[in-house]
Design a protein around this ligand. Structure first.
Ligand code: NAI
Ligand code: ENO
Length: 302
């Protein structure tokens, strides 16, 4: 049996449109409606027939919904929740896909104190954004982390879990604070490093930008992909997950200083040992089937 009959997606960009496409592919009986604050996105969503009905107001998109998923930047989630509060059907489950969870759970509970809330974070995405960037296979064999507040009925959590399983994801359940620390080091800090290094290279005076482009080796190219990620989304992530990111950044700076010292004093063994340890991390990611090179990773940009 399908976990939901009528799903509303608020925010029809990369993630919202990928969910819509995944629902069409894997749960064809589900009625889909959607809303986006940007009229151009609504037009594109209509042209692509992403959902059955693209509404011109959030309230109109919510009629008879039994699952409502907020797919907007983290900094907009609280305002959107407040905007839909009067129209959210009493028995609907409210979810989101935000990349950080503690601040989001707090904002959702404040705006919708009576609602059943099951926050989610699909750990899957690309550097692209907008309704045309989405694809149905985005969540295949990716983790989707649920962070239900204490007291959320288990049956509601299980329905949302089943929804994501049908989109191809594997489910983990975590406390919001723990989620934010884990993602600070595995996702948020890497993005900050990429934004920094690409900025550093483009600020160099003695190296021209055409040389940066011409001689960019694999590692730098990977950084430029990540540093092309959506500025609004990532501004919001860093402001919302401030404490955990600052803590991981502190640890990173200390480790970087150690490597800096090893280079200065010619401590080859220390460099070699560090690089050997990190190589093992890459190997275990590949053994677990989580590397991007696997054949079914259908990125929109390849
Ligand atoms: N891009 C990625 O790789 C991933 C993103 N996420 C999370 O998913 C959420 C959405 O990100 P994307 O789809 O990548 O962004 P996106 O920029 O592609 O789409 C966001 C959409 O939300 C709309 N929007 C903004 N404010 C709104 C409002 N007040 N009311 C209605 N619509 C509004 C925008 O017009 C836009 O179409 C974010 O919270 C992000 O942290 C989660 C996993 C991966
Ligand atoms: O494009 C990439 O490499 C990503 O890391 C995508 C991504 C971005 C944000 C998330 O919360 C989860 C996944």
């Amino acid at each position: 049996m399908l976990p939901f009959a009528r799903v509303t997606i608020i925010g029809l960009g990369l993630i919202g449109s990928s969910i819509a496409r995944g629902v069409r592919a894997g749960m064809p009986g589900v009625a889909l409606s959607g809303y986006d604050a940007d009229p151009e996105v609504r037009e594109t969503a209509r042209a692509l027939a992403l959902v059955d009905d693209v509404a011109d107001t959030p309230g109109a998109a919510l009629i008879d919904a039994d699952l409502v998923i907020l797919c907007v930047p983290v900094g907009a989630i609280g305002a959107v929740a407040a905007e839909i509060a009067a129209d959210l059907p009493a028995d609907a489950i409210l979810s989101d896909v935000g990349s950080c969870k503690a601040s989001v759970v707090e904002a959702l509970q404040a705006a919708l104190p009576a609602a059943t809330i099951v926050p989610a974070h699909p750990v899957a995405g690309t550097e692209r954004s907008g309704p045309e960037a989405g694809f149905a296979a985005l969540f295949h064999k990716r983790w989707c982390i649920l962070t239900p507040p204490e007291g959320t009925p288990a049956v509601a959590v299980e329905r949302v879990a089943e929804f994501w399983r049908r989109l191809g994801a594997d489910i983990d359940i975590m406390a919001p604070d723990h989620h934010d620390r884990v993602l600070a080091v595995t996702s948020h800090l890497p993005h900050l490093i990429a934004y920094t290094i690409v900025g550093t290279a483009s600020d160099l005076e003695e190296v021209t930008s055409s040389e940066v482009i011409k001689y960019s080796a694999g590692g730098f190219r990977d950084f430029t992909r990540i540093a092309a990620s959506d500025p609004t989304m990532w501004r919001d992530v860093f402001l919302s997950n401030r404490e955990a990111v600052l803590d991981m950044l502190q640890r990173f700076s200390e480790d970087l200083s150690e490597l800096q010292r090893a280079i200065r004093w010619g401590k080859g063994d220390q460099l070699f040992d560090t690089f050997t340890r990190t190589r093992a991390v890459r190997r275990s990611i590949i053994e677990q089937g989580q590397d991007d090179a696997r054949p079914d990773f259908g990125r929109g940009d390849h």
